[in-house]
Design a binder for this molecule. Structure first.
Ligand code: ZN
Length: 258
């Protein structure tokens, strides 16, 4: 067996919600890079609060993580739980970040309860992604997952180049809905959502080609080491190194150009 250390990228985290100790542990456990996504966990009084959240991620959390060796790449966008009334102005900030190469994706965005406001904001961001050829990280919810996924899929296919999108938090129950559409899919290994074994069984069944791995660590129950645990379990099971490298970092490197 080849024991050379394999690189790891956690493709979806919320660094602003986590401690320096987590960054330290993640790096020591083999995670080289992570993509930290926008999500504000409390009511937004106005768009300035969201803008401040974005600036904090860009300028503060990236630096906090760097001290521990962890390289953070940033995704910014309006999460469906962060719906605000006056969002047009803040979308101009998003354009600026994209043109200044400050972010690697728009995200996380998506749909939760399928309100018309949610759908309008989601579509606007997909249009920006398509126009600027920027990647998008699309969240799918815990509740009503299949129905929301169907809606997301149809909106993405009619609004943008689907090659730019990763549909995240996919599990065995809903994967059948999108597996034939050649989407990049995110597997979130997280307490209460998906165990290491379920992620591995999906990879074994559908191949390692179109998947990205992440922990989605946030304020909710999370495991900062779920990516290394999954990778090391694959190694322990004797899965071929080329396959493991794809899910560990190569797919993410290629997709996000990081
Ligand atoms: Zn998330």
């Amino acid at each position: 067996m080849n024991h050379a250390i394999i690189m790891m990228i956690d493709t979806h985290i919320h660094a602003d919600a986590r401690s320096s100790e987590d960054f330290d542990e993640m790096f020591i456990s083999g995670i080289d890079k992570a993509i930290t996504c926008s999500f504000y966990p409390y009511d937004l009084i106005n768009e300035i609060v969201l803008l401040n959240h974005w600036e904090r991620i860009l300028n503060y959390d990236t630096q906090r993580a760097k001290k521990y060796g962890l390289e953070l790449k940033v995704a910014l966008g309006i999460h469906p739980s962060n719906i605000i009334k006056n969002y047009e102005g803040i979308l101009n900030n998003l354009y600026e970040y994209i043109s200044e190469d400050k972010i690697v994706a728009i995200g996380e965005i998506g749909l939760d309860s399928l309100t018309s406001e949610e759908i309008a904001i989601f579509k606007k961001q997909l249009v920006i992604a398509d126009e600027t050829k920027t990647k998008v990280i699309i969240h799918t919810p815990r509740n009503n997952k299949l129905n929301v996924l169907k809606k997301i899929k149809s909106i993405v296919l009619e609004t943008m180049n689907p090659k730019l999108a990763v549909i995240d938090h996919i599990n065995s129950a809903v994967i059948g809905e999108i597996i034939d559409d050649n989407f990049t899919m995110g597997l979130t290994v997280q307490p209460e959502k998906m165990e290491v074994d379920e992620a591995i069984s999906i990879l074994e069944m559908y191949g390692f080609e179109n998947f990205l791995l992440n922990s989605d660590i946030s304020n909710m129950p999370s495991d900062p080491l779920s990516v290394p645990k999954t990778i090391r379990t694959l190694e322990k099971q004797g899965i071929k190194r080329e396959k493991i490298a794809k899910i560990s970092f190569k797919n993410a490197e290629k997709f996000f150009k990081i």
